[in-house]
Design a protein around this ligand. Sequence first.
Ligand SMILES: C[S@@+](CC[C@H](N)C(=O)[O-])C[C@H]1O[C@@H](n2cnc3c(N)ncnc32)[C@H](O)[C@@H]1O
Length: 259
Amino acid sequence: MSRAAGDPLYRDPDLARFYDLDNGWGEDTRAAAELARDATSVLDIGCGTGLLARHLAAGGRRVVGVDPAGAMLQIARAAPGGDAVAWVEADAAGLDLGERFDLVVMTGHAFQVFLTAGERRAALRTVARHLAPEGRFVLDSRNPARAEWRGWTPEATREVLAHPELGPVERWNDVAEDRDTGIITYTTAYRIAGAPPLTAQSRIAFASHDEIAAALAEAGLAAEFWWGGWDRRPFTPDAPEIIAFGGHICRQSRTRLRP
Ligand SMILES: C[S@@+](CC[C@H](N)C(=O)[O-])C[C@H]1O[C@@H](n2cnc3c(N)ncnc32)[C@H](O)[C@@H]1O
């Protein structure tokens, strides 16, 4: 199991059952679904509980959702529409399904679980390996220039959420920054009344636009569009998001991609 795949936030069933509380249908899933409108096949890498994958499969497409966290896939399978998706429990690195897709998505900031240039390159090679000749990919990553993690303190993040089965759940984060590597370690804590908190420590990276562009190029991919948010604003150095939408490098000059 890779280091990222071992994150208890996703691997531990007791913690994974809280994931959908914080990650519902929003601007990102809506925009990704719009990008998939002409795709007949979609690969979702780091699909988590499969909200997007299940929505896309409901439209009659072939959809494969890949994630190394069995606990996340367990929730995905059991959710409405879960039987319309092919779920694969696997790490992105080295994955070869022997199949190509019109669209490969790596959204919900799944790209940030890859901590080093080597890990990002390996994940993007998997994207390239599964992309049809005229296919497209999309990925999102938070812009390090905004240093969003500095706001992930217990004081700023503490709130009470309503879990559909467990009732009120207090949730908060805490964070530490390794200034040498740029890697962010954040704690996620959930507490149900009367029980000790369940906590996980997760590590993510905030790659810059240039680092992502370099990793794409090394994987044989290029973005034709760089957006700074899911509203498709152009990427600027202080944009909240870095969103790359593109295809194989060799197709860039021949096929104008339509977002
Ligand atoms: C922040 S969640 C995003 C989930 C989903 N894409 C969404 O939009 O809600 C990151 C996901 O990446 C998965 N992941 C972690 N390591 C991975 C790896 N090495 N390869 C593929 N996915 C990985 C985690 O298990 C988790 O489900």
